[in-house]
Design a binder for this molecule. Structure first.
Ligand code: VGL
Ligand code: ZN
Length: 193
């Protein structure tokens, strides 16, 4: 059975920012490979009149997740920097809703739902099912998927539109298992009409 996108569906593009792509401060191996795939999903959702959201990691310069403050990451996605900008080839539509997260110095937020109004915005538009892809599978994509399920949305992980950091080998596989265990399903472009 092929999936047909309707107005009750939404696309959530997670953190497709320069710092998470090759050459960036916290590069996901082959992170930029998700860009052309996401562009195809963007076209599909746009044609169906379905809303599109793009989350971005949007840290102050002294964010608690940085090694300088005892966190585990090098500085990345600092508000307004080139590294924090969306990948230049990502074709976000003019009516995309951008969701900035982890914007306060003392709060980490991997999920696009954490500390944002994403759930309210989805409900306001009558969204029932969210399709989630982007960077990184084993961090922000996973967290966003788990929170979407928690918030009551049917949730589909877009495997071909996601890539992971893989700090430890197997992290992505584990993340995918955890998402499925929590009730997410998985899809790739072939599953759509
Ligand atoms: C992310 C590490 C730190 C992500 C964000 O977007 O997956 N990973 N901050
Ligand atoms: Zn971050």
């Amino acid at each position: 059975m092929k999936r047909q996108i309707t107005r009750e569906d939404a696309l959530i593009i997670v953190d497709v920012q320069n710092d998470f792509c090759p050459g960036g401060a916290l590069a996901v191996p082959e992170g930029d490979k998700v860009v052309p795939v996401l562009n195809r999903y963007i076209t599909l959702f746009q044609q169906a009149g379905a809303p599109i959201f793009a989350t971005r990691d949007w840290h102050p310069p002294d964010h608690c997740s940085f090694q300088s403050r005892g966190g585990i990451w090098p500085p990345h996605c600092i508000q307004g920097s080139d590294g924090a900008a969306f990948h230049p080839e990502l074709k976000l539509p003019p009516d995309v809703t951008v969701i900035s997260k982890a914007t306060s110095p003392d709060q980490e937020a991997y999920s696009g739902f954490a500390g944002t109004d994403l759930a309210d915005q989805l409900r306001q538009r009558g969204v029932k099912t969210v399709y989630v892809g982007g960077l990184a599978t084993d961090y922000c994509v996973k967290s966003t998927v788990l929170d979407a399920l928690q918030a009551g949305f049917q949730t589909v992980f877009l495997r071909d539109a996601s890539a992971g950091v893989e700090v430890n080998p197997g992290d992505c596989q584990q993340a995918i298992a955890a998402m499925k265990q929590a009730g997410a399903t998985e899809a790739t472009m072939d599953d759509f009409v």
